[in-house]
Design a protein around this ligand. Structure first.
Ligand code: SF4
Length: 329
């Protein structure tokens, strides 16, 4: 269960991308959530849903159009302090490491810049970081350059580098999608252990519901910039209420239990309908307040052209943004 103290609070985050001569693209629309120490929240959705834009806004790589991001209750954190407290693990470990530098260089620099180590103890701290991500023998690894490592080893280095400034929040953006299937669970297991040991607040961004269910206590499902369903992982993934989540669950049979198989046939029909829809590839018009799933949804009705309400489904925090859950007029 999350602790009462939040590590990061995100309120009404909205990101519009201006497009010359046309309406703005709303990549993220009114997203609100909280990250807690020692707790993993998964953000799931297909490519283009806006997941990575959320991460880029949280890492301050882009400026939100609206909304508030506050670190441990303090909205106005100095940029350097915020960057140390909120670290990222990228999708592609090879691209995120400099091929010209050794592993030791990749770790020493953030240790010294953030003040987490002094020149006197930076070597010991580097060794400790490598040890913490199971990269041994540490002296050999520290001398190597990225091209001398396997994909899994490179991602471990990237994780160690993210840990160097002793962050409170880790944003893991598809951290295993470019790795061999055989080592994905190892890396996710490592992130899970580090989250527990260091009381990290972990945002796990993925399109894979099965690992989201396994590694995250809570899940948010994103579709074209909006959170359409959220709640405890088992509730959302085993008993999805939003038609889009049902579609995602049907594409990830490993995520569901045996009792959910019957739902898959219906969701497969949704998937077929979706694959024919051109709207999937169209950007979200910032002026369109209606449900963004309505072109693919078999339950779409007239009022779905209005902004759907977010309806709490029970006392567990499970909620769906859908007119199907609203009381009839
Ligand atoms: Fe379907 Fe309407 Fe619900 Fe959107 S609001 S998912 S279109 S029923």
């Amino acid at each position: 269960m999350p602790t009462a103290t939040a590590a990061l609070e995100v309120e009404n985050l909205t990101v519009d991308f201006k497009r010359r001569g046309t309406t703005p693209l709303r990549a993220v629309d009114d997203v609100t959530f909280t990250l807690h120490p020692g707790h993993t929240l998964a953000l799931v959705g297909e490519s283009g849903s806006g997941k990575s834009t959320v991460v880029r806004a949280l890492s301050r790589l882009i400026t939100p159009s609206e909304g508030r991001i506050s670190l441990a209750g303090a909205e106005r954190t100095r940029p350097a302090a915020y960057r140390s407290a909120v670290q990222m693990v990228f999708q592609d470990p090879f691209a995120s490491l400099n091929p010209a530098h050794t592993v030791a260089h990749h770790l020493r620099r953030p240790l010294l810049v953030s003040g987490a180590a002094t020149r006197a103890d930076v070597d010991a701290r580097t060794t400790s970081l490598l040890d913490s991500v199971n990269l041994t023998p540490t002296a050999d690894i520290a001398r190597k350059r990225p091209h001398e490592l396997s994909g899994g080893q490179r991602q471990r280095v990237a994780i160690a580098r993210a840990l160097a400034p002793e962050p409170d929040v880790l944003l893991a953006d598809e951290p295993v999608s470019m790795l061999d299937v055989s080592i994905r669970l190892e890396i996710l297991g490592l992130l899970d252990r580090l989250k527990e040991e260091r009381r990290l607040a972990l945002l796990y961004v993925t399109h894979d519901l099965a690992t989201a269910r396994h590694f995250a206590a809570d899940v948010m499902v994103m579709y074209r910039g909006q959170i359409v369903e959220r709640g405890p992982s088992d509730e959302v993934i085993l008993r999805p209420r939003h038609p889009y989540t049902q579609l995602l669950a049907s594409a990830a049979p490993g995520a569901a239990g045996s009792r959910e198989r019957a739902r898959e046939a219906r969701a497969a029909r949704l998937a077929a309908r979706g694959s024919r829809s051109a709207e999937l590839r169209e950007p979200a018009d910032a002026r369109d307040e209606g449900c963004r799933f309505r072109a693919r949804c078999p339950f779409a009705m007239e009022r779905c052209a209005q902004r759907p309400p977010v309806v709490e489904l029970d006392g567990t925090g499970h909620a769906s943004r859908c007119w199907l859950e609203a009381a009839p007029d």
